[in-house]
Design a protein around this ligand. Structure first.
Ligand code: ADP
Length: 624
C-alpha cells in the first residue's frame, strides 16, 4: 500500500502558471488566506511534487499543452485507488477555440477536475481551494484508517480475510504470508477454491453457502501450511450484510488450534487409559466436580451396586447408603467440599444382592496450580472381611485372657490348701530327716512353690495383657522407676554382694510403675544368671537416639548364645534348666509386652560366659 505523506504536504496546494506573475499573484492570495502553497515552474517539477504528496493542484490552462496533460495524467493514474487529487484549472477567458476545446476534453481524463473560468474573483479562487483541500483531507483520513486497520490485522496471529459474494478474496492480512508463503496481493483477487485447495474447500463449502445467506458460522478443520504440515484450525465466518439484508460478502477468521488439539488429544488419551485402568481396579472408584456432583464411576461401582449409570450420576450414590448412616456421611462430605480437606470414613454400602458390606471410603481433592479444588477422586475399599477377622481375633484374645486370668486366680485357692495340708503333714511326720514320708512331703512343698511362682507370673502376665488398658501417662521418671525396682531386689543384691551402678536416667513417655516392673525383671535375671564365684556387676545407663532413649542393663553373668537372643522374649521360653536356675520363662515376655505398649522395643546382646546386655528403647517424654 502507498505510504502516507507527511501531514504538512496533505494541505499543500501546488501551483503551475506559465506567467510567473500569475503564479505569484495566486500564491500571495493563498498566503493571505492562510493556505499553504508552492509554485512549480515546470510540469516536470509539478509531477515530481505530486508524487511527494499534495492537497490540491492549481494550473493555468495555458500551461497545459497536450504533452503536459499526458505527463500529468500519467502521474495521477499512478496514485493509489484511494487517492483522487483535486485539480483546478483556471481556464482562458472568452469563447474557447477549437484547440482549447480539444484540450478541455483531454483534461477530463484527469479525474477530480474543476474548471474555474477567468476572469476570476479572489474569493472564488480561495473557496475553490478550500473545497479541494477538504475533499482531499477526507481521502487522507480514509487512507489513514485503512492503514491502521491493516496494521492491526497484520499483527494478529490469525488469518483474517474479507471475501466477496463471488468468493473472491478482497482483503487478506499478512498472516497468509507467514502460513502459506504467498503475499497478500497474490491472494487478493483470487477465489477461495484456488487458494485453499480442493479438500479444504469441499469441507468449507456448506459453511460458505450459509454465511452468504446471512448466518454466522463456525467449524473446525485442517489445513496444510507452507512446510506441508497439517494445522488444526478453528474457522469463523461473519456475514457483511447491507441494510436491505443482502449479503455483500463475509469476514473469515481462521485460528491455529494445533497445540490445543494436541493437548486435548493427549488428555483424552490419558483419560481413556486412566478409565480402563480404573475399570480393572478391585476398588470402587469415582470422580466428582468441585461441588461434589459425581460425573464418573468405574465399572466395579455398577457391578457391585447393580445400579444403572443414570441412577447414580450426581448424588444418586446416596441410594446405596444405609439411611441411618447417610446424615453423618453427608455432613462429613459437605464439610470436605467446603474446606477442600481429604475425606476418610468407614461406612456400609448396599450391594446388588441388597446386603450391606463395610467399605473404607477415601476422597482426595485434585487441585489446579492456584490450589483450587477442580475435582474429587474417591475410592471405596471393601474391608468387610478384614473387619470381621479383626473382630473375631479381638474376641478370641479377650476370651483367652479372661480364661488365663480366671484360671490362674482360681488355681491359687486349691494350691493354698495343698500348701497348708502338706505343712500339717510334715508336722505329723516329725523331724526325722531319713523318713521316706518326709522326703515325699518335701517334694510336695517344692512342687507347690514352683506352682506358686508360675501362677504369680501368669497372673502378672495376664494382668498386663488384659484388655487395652487405660491410656499411658505422658511422663515416667526412669530414675524413680529404677529406685522402685532396686528396692524390691535389695535383699538379693545384699545376699550376693552384687555391685549395682547406674548413670543418670531421663524421663520418658509412659507409665512409671510398669517400667519399674521391666527394670525389676531385668535386674532379677542379672542377679539370677550370675557367674558362680564371681561378684555380680550390674550397670544401668541411657543414651539418646533421635526421638528415643535407649536404656541398657548390663551384667557380667553366664550369658547365652546370641542366636537365642530373640527366642528368650517368647512365652515360657527358657535356655536354662529349672533345677539349676528356677524360673517360669515369663519375665521377658512381660517386659516385651510392656515396652511394646509404650511404642518401644526390647532386645539383647549376649555372649556365653561373658555376660549380657538388655536394651530397652522408649519414646522421649513430650517437650523434652
Ligand atoms: P525366667 O523366669 O526363666 O528367668 P525370663 O523370661 O525372664 O524367664 O528369661 C527367659 C530366659 O532368658 C531365661 O530362662 C534365661 O535362660 C535367659 N536369660 C534371661 N536373662 C538372662 C541373663 N541376664 N543372663 C543370661 N540368661 C538370661
Amino acid at each position: 500500500m502507498d505510504p502516507i505523506p507527511s501531514p504538512e504536504r496533505e494541505s499543500l496546494i501546488l501551483l503551475l502558471a506559465p506567467a510567473g506573475r500569475d503564479a505569484k499573484l495566486v500564491d500571495e492570495l493563498f498566503h493571505g488566506a492562510r493556505l499553504q502553497s508552492q509554485v512549480c515552474l515546470t510540469v516536470e517539477e509539478l509531477c515530481r511534487d505530486i508524487e511527494r504528496g499534495a492537497g490540491a493542484v492549481f494550473v493555468a490552462e495555458e500551461a497545459l499543452d497536450s504533452l503536459a496533460i499526458e505527463s500529468l495524467a500519467a502521474v495521477l493514474n499512478k496514485q493509489g485507488s484511494w487517492s483522487d487529487l483535486p485539480v483546478v484549472v483556471l481556464t482562458v477567458a472568452g469563447e474557447p477555440t477549437e484547440a482549447a476545446q480539444e484540450r478541455l476534453t483531454r483534461l477530463q481524463s484527469l479525474g477530480d477536475l474543476t474548471l474555474l473560468e477567468r476572469p476570476l474573483r479572489t474569493d472564488t479562487i480561495v473557496s475553490a481551494a478550500r473545497a479541494a483541500l477538504r475533499a482531499r483531507a477526507k481521502q487522507y483520513q480514509v487512507r489513514r484508517r485503512d492503514a491502521e486497520l491493516q496494521l492491526v490485522t497484520d499483527n494478529v496471529p490469525v488469518l483474517i480475510s474479507y471475501i466477496d459474494r463471488d468468493q473472491v478474496y478482497r482483503r487478506v492480512n499478512h498472516t497468509y504470508f507467514e502460513w502459506f508463503g504467498v503475499r497478500p496481493e497474490q491472494v487478493v483477487g483470487s477465489t477461495i477454491q484456488s487458494t485453499v485447495g480442493e479438500p479444504h474447500y469441499t469441507q468449507a463449502q456448506p459453511y460458505i453457502t450459509r454465511v452468504l445467506q446471512g448466518e454466522r458460522v463456525h467449524f473446525e478443520s485442517q489445513l496444510r501450511d507452507k512446510r506441508r504440515e497439517l494445522r488444526d484450525v478453528s474457522v469463523s465466518y461473519a456475514p457483511d450484510s447491507s441494510s436491505d439484508g443482502s449479503v455483500r460478502g463475509f469476514v473469515a477468521l481462521v485460528q491455529d488450534i494445533t497445540d490445543r488439539k494436541k493437548a486435548e488429544r493427549a488428555l483424552m488419551e490419558s483419560e481413556r487409559q486412566f478409565r480402563s485402568l480404573a475399570d480393572t481396579f478391585p476398588n470402587l472408584a469415582w470422580m466428582a466436580y468441585a461441588d461434589g456432583h459425581v460425573f464418573w464411576y468405574n465399572q466395579r461401582w455398577y457391578d457391585y451396586t447393580g445400579s444403572a449409570p443414570e441412577t447414580l450420576e450426581g448424588w444418586g450414590w446416596r441410594s446405596v447408603l444405609d439411611p441411618e448412616e447417610l446424615p453423618k456421611v453427608m455432613e462429613r462430605w459437605n464439610d470436605s467440599i467446603r474446606t477442600g480437606d481429604l475425606f476418610e470414613m468407614v461406612f456400609p454400602l448396599r450391594g446388588a444382592n441388597s446386603m450391606f458390606r463395610l467399605f473404607l471410603t477415601r476422597i482426595v481433592p485434585l487441585r489446579d496450580s492456584s490450589g483450587a479444588v477442580t475435582r474429587w477422586f474417591g475410592t471405596s475399599t471393601d474391608i468387610d472381611e478384614q473387619k470381621r477377622a479383626e473382630e473375631a481375633l479381638r474376641q478370641a484374645n479377650r476370651d483367652l485372657e479372661e480364661f488365663a486370668y480366671v484360671a490362674t486366680h482360681d488355681l491359687q485357692e486349691p494350691l493354698r490348701m495343698v500348701n497348708i495340708y502338706s505343712q500339717l503333714l510334715l508336722k505329723r511326720v516329725g523331724a526325722d530327716p531319713g523318713s521316706q514320708l518326709r522326703e515325699y512331703a518335701d517334694y510336695v512343698r517344692t512342687g507347690v512353690k514352683r506352682m506358686e511362682t508360675l501362677i504369680r507370673d501368669l497372673l502378672d502376665y495376664s494382668r498386663i495383657t488384659h484388655g487395652v488398658g487405660p491410656p499411658l501417662p505422658f511422663r515416667a521418671d526412669l530414675e524413680a522407676a529404677l529406685r522402685q525396682a532396686l528396692a524390691s531386689v535389695e535383699a538379693r543384691v545384699r545376699e550376693n554382694q552384687a555391685e549395682v551402678t547406674s548413670a543418670p536416667l531421663p524421663a520418658v513417655a509412659g507409665d512409671e510403675a510398669q517400667l519399674a516392673h521391666v527394670f525389676q525383671n531385668l535386674l532379677s535375671n542379672a542377679l539370677k544368671y550370675r557367674k558362680p564365684g564371681e561378684t555380680p556387676r550390674i550397670h544401668i545407663c541411657a543414651e539418646r537416639q533421635d526421638a528415643h532413649w535407649v536404656v541398657s542393663v548390663q551384667d557380667n553373668g553366664i550369658g547365652f548364645d546370641q542366636d537365642q537372643a530373640e527366642r528368650i522374649f517368647g512365652l515360657f521360653k527358657r535356655l536354662h534348666r529349672h533345677e539349676e536356675y528356677p524360673g517360669t520363662g515369663l519375665g521377658l515376655a512381660i517386659c516385651k509386652h510392656i515396652v511394646e505398649r509404650h511404642r518401644g522395643r526390647v532386645w539383647a546382646h549376649s555372649q556365653a560366659g561373658v555376660g549380657s546386655t538388655f536394651f530397652v528403647s522408649l519414646p522421649v517424654a513430650p517437650h523434652e
